[in-house]
Design a protein around this ligand. Structure first.
Ligand SMILES: Nc1ncnc2c1ncn2[C@@H]1O[C@H](COP(=O)(O)OP(=O)(O)OP(=O)(O)O)[C@@H](O)[C@H]1O
Ligand SMILES: [Mg+2]
Length: 262
């Protein structure tokens, strides 16, 4: 699947082996994530999607192999080196919830307060800019408990981009959202990618939205990865891919490919 290889990889996983106890999650995993593109990591439950994100963030080391993030092999870095790389990453993890006792303004501004010397006025401006980017206004003083599920996800996304990361990792950003909110987050991802040149790596179970918004899909199955854009997956002829897409997924992928993929 040539078009992926021709793009510059911002993150590259190379010959990774990882097991927990007796169980091998990855025997020999290799895949690439293109710069300034949206890649959706798909695969059944337990295939290792969250684990891939954790490896990219340097939160989980592989037993062997390389995990190259913006030119640095995080699998081989010291804790200090990891901190340097993590500053280039934004993370939206499912359990990375907002702090309940802090307002939206305080939650989104927290990384700036912790890692920079910016003053309160500058922090407020930066928070407002990110909140506007995710379509939120006049929510500074609200507490997380006062927000809907879709708003919570958008506030968490605003926090994930507050430090101007190059790469944003999102674990299951659509879970529990209704269709309008799924589409809103999808549109936001496209804007972040196109307007800010962010590299987005997103895990999702949500077939239709994954096919619609991705430039590239990485499908995890049986400890290996298959890469392609929706059209390539639909026409791959690989039995594992056909099984995973199902008839509806394959039809949608073909339709997206026909309509010209973005
Ligand atoms: N810290 C850990 N210790 C032991 N096993 C682990 C650990 N982290 C992940 N695993 C195992 O690795 C496998 C992959 O887990 P992972 O959470 O990455 O899957 P996933 O594709 O994200 O699944 P889901 O779709 O359910 O979120 C699972 O079998 C899980 O039990
Ligand atoms: Mg997971």
């Amino acid at each position: 699947m040539a078009n992926v290889d021709s793009r510059e990889a911002h993150v590259e996983i190379d010959s990774v082996r990882l097991g927990f106890g007796e169980r091998d999650v990855f025997e020999d995993l290799s895949c690439r994530f293109a710069r300034a593109r949206i890649t959706v990591l798909m695969g059944g439950s337990g295939t290792g999607k969250s684990t891939v994100l954790r490896m990219i963030a340097g939160l989980q080391r592989p037993d062997s192999g390389r995990v190259v993030v913006a030119g640095e092999d995080v699998a081989a870095l010291s804790e200090r080196g990891l901190q340097r790389v993590r500053r280039r990453l934004g993370m939206l993890f499912q359990d990375g919830a907002l702090l309940d006792s802090m307002t939206v303004l305080e939650n989104v501004g927290l990384p700036l307060r912790e890692h920079t010397k910016l003053g309160e006025a500058e922090i407020r401006d930066a928070v407002h800019e990110r909140l506007a980017a995710v379509g939120l206004h006049d929510v500074d003083e609200l507490l997380p408990g006062e927000l809907s599920g879709g708003m919570l996800r958008r506030v968490a996304l605003a926090r994930a981009i507050i430090m101007d990361p190059e790469i944003v990792l999102c674990d299951e950003p659509f879970s529990g959202l209704d269709p309008p909110n799924v589409e809103r987050i999808e549109a936001l991802f496209r804007e972040l990618c196109h307007d800010r040149g962010l590299t987005l790596i997103v895990t999702s179970h949500h077939m239709a939205s994954s096919l619609r918004m991705s430039d590239q899909i990485v499908l995890l199955q049986h400890g290996r990865a298959v890469l392609g854009d929706p059209g390539e997956l639909a026409t791959s002829g690989d039995a594992d891919i056909t099984d995973f897409l199902g008839a509806d997924g394959a039809a949608l992928a073909r339709q997206i490919a026909r309509e010209g993929h973005r």
